[in-house]
Design a protein. Structure first.
Length: 319
């Protein structure tokens, strides 16, 4: 009996120490989370001041190649959902399941190899200057994605996403990319072409068929497999698309060396030049005619300023 009492009394301090250590670790984790949430929220507030949701939407819609979602093929939209965010129509802009899965994968790899970003978060990234993969940026994306999802419908978000994505070779938006790579409008692409376009946007410098048709075909096959597994296409459609001969028509070597960061920097610099030369940006219109007139002026001025930059004589500083 005495021996038992003695063992219990010596074990008690050890248990207390472990409990206190666990509590301290928990408090530390909470403090770290609060710190990053605060930093992310500050970035969120700064981003709102730089560009509100309406301004972001108007910027996409003012593009000359803007294509309404009802003019985009269902097979392309299904490919995007199958590959990028298969719970897109169910989550509120942020997918906790995908983020948790990505976190586990990243911890096992010892590095950030998977982000778990939703389509809405990727859309936000298209309009921010933060290209680094950090906790603060991810929190910023989550805040803005939740806000975006409350403000716009899923169809509008998908429309914005497809019209703002970068596809390599100076192609922004699926309509521009379709015409450049395949010589046709987005509404006329085949399943094989749609799958390849979806793959390109995942990593434009690696998977565009001008840089490497081999890698583009490999990525296309991954997209088709995802579509087949999720029931968007049949095995017959899969085999036909997999064996489809893809002809590339936009072999413009003068543009193939421009990567995403260069194109994005030139785009931002062109917008700044437009401001400095007195262009009046407009985000609300009283009629379709007024919007069409503005879009034409915007396109002309933007083309002029971006051409000036590409002609040389400017230095672009990025952060």
């Amino acid at each position: 009996m005495k021996g038992t009492a003695h063992r219990a009394s010596t074990a008690h301090p050890a248990i207390t120490f472990i409990g206190r250590l666990a509590l301290a670790a928990l408090i530390l984790v909470v403090l770290v989370e609060v710190y990053f949430l605060a930093r992310g929220f500050n970035l969120y507030r700064e981003a709102i001041e730089e560009a509100g949701l309406d301004e972001m939407a108007a910027s996409i819609q003012s593009s000359e190649s803007f294509t309404p979602i009802d003019e985009l093929p269902d097979l392309y939209l299904q490919a995007v959902v199958a590959v990028e965010d298969h719970r897109f129509y169910a989550h509120p802009g942020f997918d906790a399941i995908a983020t948790a899965r990505a976190l586990v994968i990243d911890l096992k790899a010892g590095a950030i190899v998977e982000g778990g970003s939703t389509i809405t978060q990727q859309l936000i990234k298209n309009f921010t200057q933060y290209d680094d993969v950090t906790v603060k940026r991810k929190i910023l994306e989550i805040f803005r994605a939740l806000e975006f999802d409350k403000t716009y419908s899923k169809e509008q978000i998908m429309e914005f996403y497809c019209n703002s994505n970068f596809y390599g070779n100076r192609c922004y938006g699926v309509e521009t990319a379709s015409k450049f790579y395949f010589g046709c409008s987005a509404k006329d692409v085949t399943l094989g072409q749609a799958a390849m376009l979806c793959g390109i946007s995942n990593s434009p410098n690696n998977y565009n068929p001008i840089a490497s048709m081999k890698l583009a075909k490999e990525k296309q096959l991954q997209v088709l497999n995802n579509m087949l597994e999720q029931g968007y296409i049949t095995k017959k459609q899969f085999n036909k698309a997999k064996n489809e001969e893809i002809t590339i028509v936009g072999l413009d070597t003068s543009s193939s060396s421009e990567n995403y960061m260069m194109s994005y920097a030139i785009d931002r610099a062109a917008i700044q030049l437009m401001k400095e030369h007195g262009f009046k940006f407009q985000y609300n219109f009283s009629s379709k005619k007024e919007q069409d007139t503005y879009n034409k002026k915007y396109s002309t001025e933007y083309s002029k300023r971006s051409a000036e930059i590409r002609a040389g004589g400017y230095k672009i500083y990025t952060s």
